[in-house]
Design a protein around this ligand. Sequence first.
Ligand code: AMP
Ligand code: GLY
Length: 503
Amino acid sequence: MKVLVIGRGGREHALCWKLKQSPRVTAVYCAPGNAGTALDVQNVPIEPGDHRGLVQFAKREGIGLTVVGPEEPLTKGVVDLFIREGLRIFGPRQDAAELEGSKVFAKDLMRQAGIPTADYRIFRGAPDAEHYILSREVALIVRSRGRSTIRNTIHCRTAAETLEAVERILDPREMLSPGVQVEIEDRGARKVFSTIAEAREFVLSCPLGLVVKADGLAAGKGVYVCSTLRQALDAIDQIMVRRIYGQAGDRVLIEEKLDGRETSVLALTDGRTIIPLASSQDYKRALDGDEGPNTGGMGAFSPTPMVTADLMQNVEREILVPIVHALKRSRRPFRGVLYAGLMLTNQGPKVLEFNVRFGDPETQVILMRLKSDILDALEAVVDERLDTIDLQWDARPAVTVVMAAEGYPGHYERNRGIQNIAAADRLPDVKVFHAGTKLRPDPEVGRDPRILSDGGRVLNVTALGDDLAQARERAYEAVRTIRFPGSVYRRDIAEGIVEADGA
Ligand code: AMP
Ligand code: GLY
């Protein structure tokens, strides 16, 4: 069988690499792929958004199965088009992909199905959202100082009440209240202000735990974890007033902020049977010690002791089974891979988000450990006979370290030459998956370096080991082998993880 993988990242390289190992696969194509997929399989210069072009290619080449990597083509209906054209494709249809494409849809479905998730409210306009934020509890005391005619002490429950009290004391036109000041008491601490603007900023700096989210896809952005009223108001301003995510910001969710540790669970499902994949843990922050900005993922390892057998059972029973049933009941049967992003709170796991695709870079470590033929599993999902599949896993742990371009996730340079990838690949149980690379376009074949950086996350250096420490050691040895000027990577992937017994 010939197979086609849609996408250009490390996840897609890992899928291509694993599919190529299937004895039933005769050719693997990647559209559009990267330098890694060009070397391991065959690239096709078709963008993931060119659904018609992909269909034409699949028909012309007689592709037996297409596998979709990223969410965007899924939420835009690539699966529906392939199915209409009589082609086999792995991934959910557009209506089921709404689970990732619309956070409002996902939350409402979770609420209906009784799936544990943060409390939330939905807003369609900035004024309502701002009003809600300002109605959060702050408990401040306002008093006048100086020559004010207002003498009482005003106990304010919310930010809105506090701001109102301040404006009763300090005249907005300032000059009408010379010598008048306002004192705000916050849990015993008192501060005095002469202008409304200063008092307002103080009130807005009050701590609160809210998360503001744009409804639609925002390329992994669009989620603001806010610790003050000011941050929450700024998030509304960016999403709904400046509309930096366009239509994705037509609606916002404001959620309660959850505390705990984050992890994720991925599972294959054909809409009836659910098979969880090996557990994995990714690292979202850019810098060591989980500092710095959020990224698409800077590394991962599998299995993770955070996902115990008990937790996995709980997630299946309380989250995966109910969401798959809820989708079916709403006539949006889900076939593909479900990714549940979880917060492990002291009330148990709660869903932060669902993705409708393989995680990146989780897939790199998961597929490194998959012993079964992935084609069998993906076809079983498409043909709705996942109950016939039993996945076998390598007991050895895997670690992947993301080598990124300096500056990522902010501005970074492309077109840096990279050397020694082949040498790294030859180290025992190491595989270097390419994420943001391309082959040098010049005709001078063989000119070194042939491989150029072409993205923020550039390489996913992945290794297996007898234990996590060895997998980690091997991955970092491979990283040190690669010559990639101006690259950065986290040094603490899988560091200090105490392996669970028998993991
Ligand atoms: P999402 O894309 O919804 O998973 O959000 C991205 C990140 O924001 C998550 O990985 C969490 O770190 C954080 N986050 C999202 N929702 C919440 C929440 N309700 N409480 C705390 N953190 C959250
Ligand atoms: N690694 C996070 C994701 O794939 O969404």
